[in-house]
Design a protein around this ligand. Structure first.
Ligand SMILES: [Ca+2]
Length: 357
C-alpha cells in the first residue's frame, strides 16, 4: 500500500521485477557492516530520537542493528532495459481463479464489515476487496523483508542510478521515523523492531500500508482498541476505506467509462497532456475527439484519458474519473488502479453467482 503503499511504487504493484529467493546466495557472501558503524546514520538516529522524544539508546540500537540488504537495493533499481508496459499481461498476473476464489471467501467471511465500511466511508466493498486482493491475496503474501532493514537500506543506500535517488532517500528517512514511532507505541524492544516483516519497500500487513500511511489512515474497525493490519480483517477493511475517503473518494461516482475516438477531430496530444489527472469536462473532452456515450455524457466533474499500453498491440483507453485518480493515490499506477477495479468486479460477480445458487 498503501500506500501509499505506494509512493514507493511498492507493494504488490509490480512494475518491479519479480524477486527470486536469494537466501542461499547471500548467505555465502560476507555480511555488510551494521548501520551502527555509519556515523551519519547514528547522527540521524539521535536527531530522530530528539524530534520524536524517543529514547536515543533505543533508536540507535534499533537502526544500528540493520545491515544493507542487497536484494532490496536491487529490486528498487530501475529496469536495465526499456520496459514495455503491457496491461493484458499485468491483468493476467492479478486476475486469476485463485485470487478470485480467495476474494469470494474473504467477502463471504467479512460481509457485514464490508457493508459497514461502505456505509460509513462511502467506499464500495468491491473496491476494498479489489485492493486487498491485489496487494497480498487477502493476507497470503505480506512480504518477507525486515521492514526496518528495508527502510534503512533505502534511506541510506538508495540506488544512485535511480533518477530521483535523493528525493526517495528522504522519503524513506521519513518512513523510518514513522515506523519507529509506531514501534515505540507498542513497546517493542530494539531487537523486536527488526522482526516486523513487509515488502522490499517497507509496506506492511494485508493492505501493505507504509508506516506513514499506517499512522495517518489506519483505524480500529473491530473495536478492540488496537489497530492490527496483519490479523484483523475488520481493521484492514476500515483502514483501506478510510484511506480512500481521505483521498477524496466520491460515493456513487463510477471509476471510469469506456471511450472511443472520432479521428476527424482527435487531438491526442491535448488529451494525453495531463496524464491521469482528471482535467477535462465532458464538453471539452468530447470536443478534442474523445467519444463518450450513455451515463458518461452526464458525468459531472473532470475526466482524464487513461492509456494502458499492451506491449506490441494497440493500447487500451478509458475515461478516468476523480475516483479512478483516487485509486492511484494508493499506488501510483493506472495499471494498478485498473487491476484493483477489475479484480473487485470479478470477485463480486462470482460471489453473486454463488449466492444465487
Ligand atoms: Ca482492532
Amino acid at each position: 500500500m498503501a500506500v501509499i503503499a505506494s509512493a514507493a511504487g511498492a507493494a504488490g504493484v509490480s512494475e518491479a521485477k519479480p524477486y527470486k529467493k536469494t537466501v542461499a546466495a547471500s548467505a555465502l557472501q560476507a555480511k555488510d557492516p551494521l548501520y551502527a558503524t555509519r556515523p551519519e546514520v547514528m547522527q540521524f538516529a539521535d536527531d530522530l530520537a530528539s524530534r520524536r522524544n524517543l529514547d536515543p539508546g533505543w533508536v540507535r540500537a534499533a537502526i544500528g542493528q540493520s545491515r544493507f540488504n542487497p536484494t532490496v537495493s536491487r529490486l528498487m533499481q530501475p529496469p536495465a532495459k526499456a520496459f514495455v508496459k503491457n496491461w493484458r499481461a499485468y491483468r493476467g498476473r492479478f486476475i486469476d481463479p485463485v485470487r478470485i476464489a480467495a476474494g469470494v471467501r474473504f467477502w463471504q467471511e467479512n460481509r457485514a464489515t464490508l457493508a459497514r465500511a461502505e456505509q460509513e466511508y462511502g467506499v464500495p466493498a468491491e473496491l476494498i476487496v479489489g485492493v486487498i486482493g491485489v496487494e497480498t491475496i487477502y493476507g497470503r503474501n505480506t512480504g518477507s523483508f525486515s521492514v526496518l532493514e528495508a527502510l534503512t537500506t533505502l534511506a541510506f543506500d538508495f540506488p544512485a542510478s535511480h533518477p530521483r535517488a535523493a528525493e526517495r532517500s528522504e522519503f524513506f528517512k521519513g518512513e523510518i521515523e514513522q515506523f519507529l514511532t509506531l514501534e515505540s507505541r507498542r513497546g517493542a524492544t530494539a531487537l523486536e523492531t527488526l522482526d516486523i516483516k513487509g515488502s522490499y519497500a517497507g509496506a506492511m500487513g494485508m493492505p501493505q500500508f507504509m508506516p506513514s500511511s499506517w499512522i495517518k489512515y489506519a483505524v480500529d474497525f473491530d473495536g478492540d482498541s488496537s489497530i492490527d493490519l496483519w490479523n484483523s480483517p475488520a481493521d484492514v477493511i476500515g483502514s483501506v476505506a478510510n484511506y480512500f475517503k481521505a483521498f477524496d473518494w466520491q460515493p456513487g461516482m463510477p471509476t471510469h467509462y469506456p471511450v472511443s475516438f472520432d479521428t476527424s477531430r482527435l487531438d491526442m496530444d491535448a488529451l494525453m497532456a495531463p496524464d491521469i489527472l482528471p482535467t477535462f469536462g465532458v464538453a471539452s473532452f468530447t470536443a478534442k475527439g474523445a467519444v463518450l456515450d450513455g451515463a458518461a455524457l452526464d458525468h459531472k466533474g473532470p475526466l482524464a484519458l487513461v492509456e494502458l499500453l499492451n506491449g506490441p498491440d494497440a493500447p487500451s483507453y478509458v475515461a478516468g474519473t476523480e475516483n479512478f485518480y483516487a485509486i492511484t493515490r494508493y499506488n501510483w499506477s493506472s495499471y494498478y488502479a485498473m487491476a484493483v477495479i477489475e479484480l473487485g468486479r470479478e470477485v463480486n460477480q462470482e460471489r453473486l453467482k454463488l449466492d444465487g445458487r
